[in-house]
Design a protein around this ligand. Structure first.
Ligand SMILES: [Zn+2]
Length: 190
C-alpha cells in the first residue's frame, strides 16, 4: 500500500495520468492479512465520511499517521482501529460533546452515550445508552482533543479497549448508515 502523488492532466471528459511517484511506502501493511484488512477498512471508512470532491488534509494526515504506526511500529490493531474511528468521526463533526451531559451540563464520572440520537447524557437525564465510565471518557476526550501525531500516546486496559471498540464501531455503522464490506471482512478474520 502506497501513498502516491499523481500529476493529472484534464482531457475532454477524462483525466490523464502524466506522472506518479510514491511518497511513502507502507509495504509492511500487506505482510499481515489482518493489518491489510484493517488498512483497507480505514481507507473505505474515510472515503465514506469525507464528502465527494472535497479535500481533507486532516483526514489524509490521520490515515497516513495510522498507517505509519501500523506498518513501522507494529501498533496494536484493535487500539489503532478505535482511535482512528474516534478521530475520523470527530474531524468530520460526527462526535457529540463527551465532556459532560449534553442536556444539563453535569460532569459526572459516568455518562450514557445514545448512538441513535448521537447524544451524551448523565444518569439523571436519561437511562438510555451505553455506559461510559471515566476511563472510556478520558480516552475519547484525549483522542478528540489531541493533534493527529499524539492520538496514539495513551495507555488503557484491554478490557476498556474491547468495551469501547464495540460501542464506537456500532456508532460508525450508524453514522455511515450501513456496514462496510471491508469491516465485515476484517471482523471475520480477527
Ligand atoms: Zn444531565
Amino acid at each position: 500500500m502506497n501513498y502516491s502523488e499523481f500529476d493529472l492532466a484534464e482531457g475532454n471528459d477524462i483525466y490523464f495520468l502524466r506522472q506518479s511517484s510514491v511518497i511513502e511506502s507502507f509495504y509492511e501493511l500487506s505482510e499481515n492479512i489482518q493489518t491489510l484488512a484493517l488498512a483497507t477498512y480505514m481507507a473505505q471508512l474515510a472515503s465514506e465520511v469525507v464528502p465527494e470532491g472535497t479535500e481533507s488534509e486532516d483526514t489524509l494526515s490521520l490515515l497516513l499517521n495510522t498507517y505509519y504506526i501500523l506498518a513501522k511500529k507494529g501498533f496494536d490493531l484493535k487500539t489503532a482501529k478505535l482511535v482512528f474511528e474516534i478521530k475520523l468521526l470527530s474531524l468530520h463533526g460526527f462526535m457529540p460533546d463527551f465532556l459532560g451531559c449534553n442536556n444539563c451540563g453535569e460532569t459526572t464520572d459516568t455518562l450514557l452515550f445514545d448512538i441513535t440520537s448521537s447524544s451524551v447524557r448523565c444518569c439523571n437525564c436519561t437511562n438510555v445508552g451505553f455506559e461510559l465510565n471515566a476511563s472510556c471518557l478520558n480516552i475519547i476526550n484525549y483522542v478528540i482533543n489531541s493533534g493527529v501525531k499524539r492520538i496514539f500516546s495513551f495507555t488503557a486496559s484491554n478490557e476498556i479497549i474491547n468495551y469501547l471498540s464495540e460501542i464506537i464501531e456500532k456508532y460508525c455503522i450508524a453514522q455511515v448508515g450501513r456496514k462496510l464490506k471491508s469491516l465485515d471482512y476484517y471482523n471475520s478474520i480477527f
